[in-house]
Design a binder for this molecule. Structure first.
Ligand code: C2E
Ligand code: MG
Ligand code: MG
Ligand code: MG
Length: 297
């Protein structure tokens, strides 16, 4: 049933979208200026190796501090940036900055060859030559080894397009990761026909563990087990996203497949300038130091 505040909410959402549309659409030079004025920044979230709890890599997550709106989440502005055609510019900025940033980081918890994972929009993949140029330039100016750059792509309907585009991008030497796996347009044939190196299990599966609704919980458990064994059978690395609690982690641990872990339980995404501090203090692992109980996947 309808209440007046619902209308207000809907109007607020609408005006936010309009406002973002205007801010982003003022292309050059205003968008350049917004980037130069540091309205955009990157937060980095660590990805942990379950075999030794080293930091295997970081995911780069863009943030926008809008002069009037304050912090706007990428979930709100990335779709608009894609729609109005400024995603290439934003995506290029993130890629260059992330490759440069990672070269500055040092610390005992870091795995040798730790990687940087950058989200790439399906729109960017539509222009594989431009994307490959962007990657090659970012690698060249940062001197980052290509295999340490991972591109995360969310499954979309555009995946049906010719696989050559994926292979063109793979020629740069970077690795490809299938993001939000298990939701949306999921198809097992993608995993087989496209050159992915890893999959990221969508966080909805993990958040369904230990919920009151036992049918939902049980279905998630089955899906997680199935995806664990599928990924190991076809030789894909697995990253489990959205781990927030110890019971969720212990469940995953008992599956014993040595995936990588990412989630608030380990760390929230961290502002770039706080990374050196983060790396100089030991990771808070709670009671995780016990070795996983390895079983067959
Ligand atoms: P994603 O690639 O699936 O990134 C993971 C999202 O889950 C991030 O949200 C992250 O902050 C959040 N997250 C991490 N751990 C947990 C957890 O334990 N619990 C919960 N509930 N959430 C967790 P964020 O930063 O708001 O980003 C949202 C989406 O925006 C990303 O989803 C990605 O699709 C997109 N995005 C972010 N940065 C970029 C970018 O530079 N380029 C493009 N094209 N898309 C980006
Ligand atoms: Mg991602
Ligand atoms: Mg994504
Ligand atoms: Mg994801």
């Amino acid at each position: 049933h309808f209440e007046p505040h619902m209308l207000e909410l809907a109007q607020a959402a609408h005006s936010l979208e309009n406002d973002l549309r205007v801010s982003l659409a003022t292309h050059t030079p205003e968008l350049h200026q917004a980037i130069n004025n540091e309205q955009f920044s990157i937060h980095y979230q660590p990805i942990i190796s379950s075999s030794n709890y080293a930091i295997a890599g970081f995911e780069a997550l863009i943030r926008w501090n809008h002069p009037q709106r304050g912090w706007v989440s990428p979930g709100q502005f990335i779709p608009i940036a894609e729609e109005i055609g400024v995603i290439d510019m934003l995506g290029t900025w993130v890629m260059r900055k992330a490759c440069k940033d990672i070269m500055q980081w040092h610390g005992p918890q870091l795995a040798e060859d730790f990687f940087i994972s950058v989200n790439v929009s399906a729109k960017q993949f539509k222009k594989p030559a431009l994307l490959a140029d962007t990657i090659n330039n970012a690698l060249e100016e940062s001197r980052l080894a290509p295999h340490r750059l991972h591109l995360e792509m969310t499954e979309t309907s555009t995946f049906n397009e010719i696989p050559e585009k994926f292979f063109a991008v793979k020629e740069t030497g970077c690795k490809l990761s299938l993001d939000d796996f298990g939701t949306g347009y999921s198809s097992l044939t993608y995993l087989h026909s496209l050159p992915f190196d890893s999959v990221k299990l969508d966080k909805s599966f993990i958040s369904d563990l230990y919920v009151r609704d036992e049918a939902r919980w049980s279905l998630s458990e089955k899906m997680i087990r199935a995806i664990f064994s599928l990924s190991s059978a076809i030789g894909l690395e697995l990253i489990v996203e959205g781990i927030e609690t110890q019971p969720q982690l212990h469940f995953l641990h008992k599956l014993g497949c040595n995936p990588m872990y990412q989630g608030y339980l380990f760390s929230r995404p961290i502002p770039t300038d706080q990374i050196p501090d983060f790396l100089s203090t030991p990771l808070h692992l709670g009671d995780l130091h016990e070795q996983p109980n390895i079983q067959h996947c």
